[in-house]
Design a protein around this ligand. Structure first.
Ligand code: ZN
Length: 307
């Protein structure tokens, strides 16, 4: 039976509840100096605010080497009552220093992903529940091909879903050609993120035809120019018959974007996005985007634990 792998253990998807399918509690990158998400009490307060708004689960897409704070996640989940799923995987090369990348290139990336999914992250015992990777701007560079090849291998070994950051929302079809076409990952095991950042309805439909999940996440200051077109993009997909492929997330990536620091943060998804989308596609579909869809997208038939 399929289960969602949370930081407190595997659960049937139906127990996930109202879920923010793409967000970050902790994140550190040389690309975002001074804006790190690394404050434990702010993360706890943000989760409590999300819980108070009706939220029950958050999928954290922060991958390997970006300050995930995996050891802190079980206690955060227990104290706030919000279920948490965390990621293995690797982001774009720009988010790492040269030394770390050289070390990773000398090892077996797929083995690292598999071990974080099945044994745990470092010595924490916390197992990842998804593999996060990233495409490039309208193309796939060598780093993207390397990480996606490892992600596909780890997927085939574990059944884990593969979640993809699309750079500025672009490159969806290149990612699908590689992951699903060349590397044999079934479309329904792939989640594409940031589609709101490149709201081309034709590309969205072509991507949806692969059977993949389309995640609309935000808002973000950097992507304000396109974020507001999200309700129309979601409606176009629903009208084309792809309503059952859609996910929603907040994608908080900087400290200032947290609701407890004065930003929209995680509660915004339930406070404003839900009502605005209800206007576009109706309450029933929006409810399913927040519950049933993440339950299916992030559930997997995990291999039995090794003794
Ligand atoms: Zn993200």
């Amino acid at each position: 039976m399929s289960h969602v792998r949370t930081v407190l253990g595997d659960i049937p998807g139906a127990e996930l509840g109202v879920c923010d399918a793409h967000d970050h509690l902790f994140l550190r990158s040389p690309r975002l100096p001074g804006q790190e998400l690394d404050d434990l009490s702010a993360a706890r307060a943000e989760l409590a605010a999300f819980r108070a708004a009706g939220g029950a689960a958050v999928v954290q897409w922060t991958p390997y080497g970006m300050g995930r704070r995996a050891a802190d996640l079980p206690a955060l989940s227990r104290t706030t009552g919000v279920r948490l799923v965390c990621a293995t995987g690797l982001h774009r090369a720009a988010h790492y220093d040269a030394e770390s990348l050289a070390r990773l290139r000398g090892g077996r990336l797929a083995a690292l992903f598999v071990s974080e999914l099945t044994e745990g992250i470092g010595t924490t015992g916390v197992r990842a529940g998804l593999i996060k990777v990233a495409g490039g701007f309208h193309a796939l560079d060598a780093h993207a091909r390397w990480t996606m090849t490892a992600a596909a291998e780890a997927h085939h070994a574990t059944g884990a879903p593969v979640a993809v950051h699309l750079e500025q929302g672009t490159g969806a079809l290149d990612v699908l050609d590689l992951l699903c076409g060349e590397l044999g990952v079934p479309g329904e095991r792939v989640v594409l993120g940031h589609l709101n950042r490149a709201p081309d309805p034709v590309v969205h439909r072509q991507a949806a035809m692969s059977g993949c999940w389309l995640a609309f996440d935000g808002p973000s200051l950097a992507h304000h120019a396109t974020d507001w077109r999200m309700p129309e993009a979601v409606r176009a997909l629903a009208e084309a018959g792809f309503g059952d492929r859609l996910l929603l997330g907040g994608d908080t990536v900087t400290a200032g974007a947290r609701s407890v620091d004065g930003g929209p943060g995680m509660p915004y998804l339930l406070r404003r996005v839900r009502t605005r989308l209800t206007e576009a596609v109706g309450a029933d579909l929006v409810d399913r985007m927040l519950t049933e869809h993440p339950a299916r997208a992030f559930a997997a038939d995990w291999p039995p634990a090794q003794e």
